[in-house]
Design a protein around this ligand. Structure first.
Ligand code: C2O
Ligand code: CU
Ligand code: CU
Length: 477
């Protein structure tokens, strides 16, 4: 597949002469990049009013500095690119108040949040310009790293690409009591991993061709928390990284430049029962991973978080700071409840496929007024998801709103489920021609009218129709 090259060499030369700026940052580790400090999204703990924790967020048009002396037009939440990190506590009532200051409607979805369908921020909860919409619910889930992003029908990809996304950190008693790094921005570092195309003026360039809608809009410049090739100074101790693949459609293959090991402690919606030692991590769009790197013996060293396929780096770590407080990652992190397979009452099958200019689940493209599945509450179900084998293989993943699942099998075998997938997930990678079996249970919330979504989280695929809707009902079928 041909990657769009819209910046010709002469254009770059012209731009360089004009304003002395080269708009193709290399992200290469030997380049003279990695001179700007990693931005950390501000932490919003909310304001408690009458027992409800309020978060006030403004969705804005903004200008952001990706490049020196250049103002890039963006969409943002409160700042100039991305949004603040919201800190939520399990058991608390929250009201997340989004005011739309854009010239167009959008929505804000709580990805990974267990909440009523009407509070989901799906395509059905459009926020018109100058309106405020509040997501109000009681946080009812385990500690994890979730995120919020727009979800308007057919426009999700563009809105996210322009800069709309932010993290949500959910804490519970367990996470607060574990001996793991918790000092936000210091030893507990959020990393929103994205890639972007910039045009010759340093503006974000989003214009997928039909081919790119199919392949995904895979862009050439890596961006970390809104910065290109940043560095961060860290202490010589255990450091926790909260990784979000916030890209539109790029699967990241992550490794550290010195090949060091790390321990994954959490997936999308929960801790893993035990830390899993890895030296490589695959993260597909929408997925999160929390990892711990042990830097106790690395004082004075520098290394990079690399993307293997492109041989580029997201960020540089300089282990340069004196240790203030050490931690010791425990051997057991949590205990996860397992549903017995005997309790499975229903199976559903979802086939992801592609046609001419449209993408399908079970042969249908998303329709706002069509409900595809009716799911009874409190029933344990198996959802089988197939990435239909095609001549030109396509990668997908599968995301379900409002709940968390576990992965039972990949390609018919439980042994194909990786150790670092054995937690509660909301998004699962499905390679070309592969299939997964998920254990799904919808709990707590029913709504006769407002659906939840399931979809491929490659945003170009989602916008091209690879999405369906389901209602959660009280009665059994
Ligand atoms: Cu991250 Cu339906 O979304
Ligand atoms: Cu979601
Ligand atoms: Cu897809």
């Amino acid at each position: 597949m041909k990657r769009r090259t819209f910046i010709s060499l002469s254009a770059v030369a012209a731009a360089t002469i004009l304003i002395g700026q080269n708009f193709i940052p290399s992200n290469r580790i030997n380049a003279s990049d990695f001179k700007s400090r990693l931005p950390i999204p501000p932490l919003f703990e909310g304001e408690e009013i009458d027992g409800v924790v309020n978060y006030n967020l403004n969705i804005l048009e903004a200008k952001h500095s990706f490049f020196k002396d250049v103002q890039t037009d963006t969409y943002a939440i409160n700042g100039t690119y991305l949004g603040p990190t919201l800190k939520l506590k399990n058991g608390k009532k929250v009201s997340i108040n989004y005011t739309n200051r854009l010239k167009e409607s959008t929505t804000m979805h709580g990805h990974g949040m267990h909440l009523p369908a009407s509070m989901d921020g799906s395509p059905h909860q459009l926020i018109d310009p100058n309106d405020t919409w509040s997501a109000q619910y009681t946080v009812k889930q385990r500690a994890c790293t979730n995120w919020y992003h727009p979800h308007p029908e057919g426009r999700t990809a563009e809105h996210v690409y322009k800069g709309l996304a932010g993290l949500m950190i959910i804490e519970d008693d367990e996470s607060q009591n574990l001996d793991i790094p918790k000092n936000y921005g210091v030893d507990d570092i959020p990393l929103v991993l994205q890639d972007r195309f910039f045009d010759r003026d340093g503006q974000i360039y989003y214009s997928p061709s039909m081919m790119q809608a199919m392949s995904g809009y895979i862009s050439d410049t890596l961006v970390t928390n809104g910065a290109i090739s940043p560095y961060i100074d860290v202490e010589a101790k255990e450091i926790r990284l909260r990784l979000l693949n916030g890209s539109n459609s790029t699967v990241y293959h992550l490794k550290f430049s010195d090949g060091r090991d790390f321990k994954q402690i959490a997936v999308d919606n929960s801790f893993l029962q035990k830390p899993v030692t890895l030296d490589y991590l695959r993260l597909s769009p929408g997925e999160r991973a929390e990892i711990i790197i042990d830097l106790q013996d690395s004082l004075g060293k520098s290394f990079y978080l690399k993307e293997l396929k492109t041989d580029k780096a997201f960020a540089k770590f300089n282990v340069s700071k004196q240790v203030t407080k050490t931690t010791k990652i425990p051997e057991v992190l949590t205990k996860l409840e397992k549903y017995s397979l005997d309790s499975v009452t229903n199976r559903r099958k979802f086939v992801l496929s592609a046609g001419m200019g449209a993408l399908y689940i079970n042969g249908e493209s998303m329709k706002m007024d069509r409900i595809d599945e009716i799911v009874p509450i409190n029933q344990v179900e198996i959802w089988e998801v197939y990435n239909q084998r095609m001549m030109m293989g396509m990668q997908h993943n599968f995301h379900i709103h409002g709940t968390h699942f576990t992965i039972l099998e990949r390609n018919g075998k439980s042994s194909n489920v990786y150790d670092n997938e054995k937690g509660y997930k909301d998004t699962v990678y499905i390679g070309s021609g592969e299939n997964v079996k998920l254990l799904v249970k919808m709990t707590d919330y029913t709504d006769e009218k407002v659906p939840y979504m399931y979809h491929c989280h490659f945003l170009e695929h989602e916008d091209a129709g690879m999405m369906g809707q389901f209602i959660v009902r009280k009665d059994t079928i």
